[in-house]
Design a protein around this ligand. Structure first.
Ligand code: ADP
Ligand code: MG
Length: 338
């Protein structure tokens, strides 16, 4: 199949929204810019074997390539509108292209984000998506506006994707020997939990709906792609403040707890604090807006308060245990070392 036909068949979508004047097919796309809005744009590349395991289903790759970009827009409080796709393919494999474009299209349609153009080349599999969204003028959620006393919140649950990745890597390592035996040993509950965590890694849910509520209340927001501690530190650096986190308030899924069956709290906390790829939103809410925020968000999105913004002290991030006592510095480092 010729490249032209690939674009025509898999990446030319019908029914462009009204603000798309020219989409795929000309030398470049033409867009109407909405009045009283600013354009928010971001780009992310996924490389096979680096950002997703090589044997990941093409549907999931299509989903994830867009999801990580939508997550960046959500973190800015922006609504998705358009995206471009730069696709590098080792070969024209129609089964792969069908799955990939279906995963991409399903998520794009869910969030009214339209494919307006791209580029197709030969080479090792990699996918770059540049997404564009809109925000009311001056209303983008930045990292730099956290103030002492703001409450620190996170959507969803943390650490699931890290468990999912571990599970995939273990399976690949064991595949030559006794994987059947391993499978027989795990209960159906464990299998369900395992599927859930792998799904969290491969098919992350960008928190677009949540962002639409959060943007009216938050002082800062970031998406958790590199792990809670690391991403929180970006807010703290940009805002020149510190933070106190309560270990017991970290939201953990029942799947994660099922898979860490020894009730290994230390391991669960470590995964929640440092595991990447969850694509939850981490944000700060000024105390004066907290009651209103909780009233509106209730029943619409899962959010958890995990701490408070503090003055910068000797520890930029202070973590307290179940008794409210600060962890010793060894206890804290320990989350980074292993
Ligand atoms: P040019 O040589 O002018 O860059 P291309 O052959 O690269 O043209 O692209 C032709 C048209 O197809 C353009 O409108 C471009 O945006 C679109 N296109 C190319 N690859 C993709 C892709 N992977 N997804 C969506 N649109 C694409
Ligand atoms: Mg081109």
């Amino acid at each position: 199949m010729h490249e032209f036909n690939v674009i025509q068949k898999y990446f030319t979508w019908n029914k462009p929204p009204r603000d798309v004047v020219i989409a795929v097919g000309d030398d470049a796309a033409v867009l109407d810019i909405p009045c009283n809005k600013q354009i928010v744009t971001s780009i992310d590349t996924l490389v096979s074997g680096v950002h997703f395991p090589e044997d990941t289903a093409p549907y999931a790759i299509g989903h994830k390539a867009l999801a990580v970009n939508l997550s960046d827009l959500a973190a800015m409080g922006a609504s998705p509108r358009w995206f471009t796709l730069a696709l590098t393919l080792p070969e024209i494999d129609e089964t792969w292209l069908e799955g990939f474009s279906a995963g991409l299209k399903a998520l794009a349609q869910q969030h009214d984000c339209f494919l307006i153009g791209g580029d197709t080349t030969r080479g090792p599999l990699s996918i770059s998506i540049q997404v564009m969204g809109v925000v009311d003028i001056g209303k983008a959620l930045l990292r730099s506006d956290a103030r002492v006393g703001d409450k620190i919140y996170v959507t969803g649950t943390l650490g699931d994707a890290a468990v999912g990745l571990q599970s995939i890597l273990n399976k690949n390592n064991n595949s030559s020997d006794n994987s059947d035996e391993n499978n027989r040993k795990s209960s159906s509950l464990e299998k369900e939990a395992d599927t859930f965590c792998q799904q969290r890694l491969n098919m992350p849910t960008p928190r677009v709906v949540e962002s639409n509520i959060i943007k009216h209340f938050a002082s800062t927001c970031i998406d958790v792609s590199d792990g809670l501690l690391q991403d929180l530190s970006h807010i703290l650096d940009a805002s020149n403040v510190g933070a106190e986190l309560n270990l017991t308030q970290l939201p953990l899924s029942s799947a994660l707890m099922t898979l860490l069956s020894t009730a290994d709290n230390k391991q669960a906390s470590k995964l929640a604090l440092t595991g990447g790829d969850d694509y939850e939103l981490l944000f700060t809410i000024p105390e004066s807006r907290e009651t209103n925020f909780l009233g509106i968000v209730k029943g619409k999105a899962k959010v958890s308060c995990i701490g408070t913004i503090t003055d910068t002290t000797e520890d930029t991030i202070k973590i307290t245990d179940e008794n409210g006592n600060p962890l010793t510095s060894t206890g804290y480092n320990h989350f980074h070392d292993e």
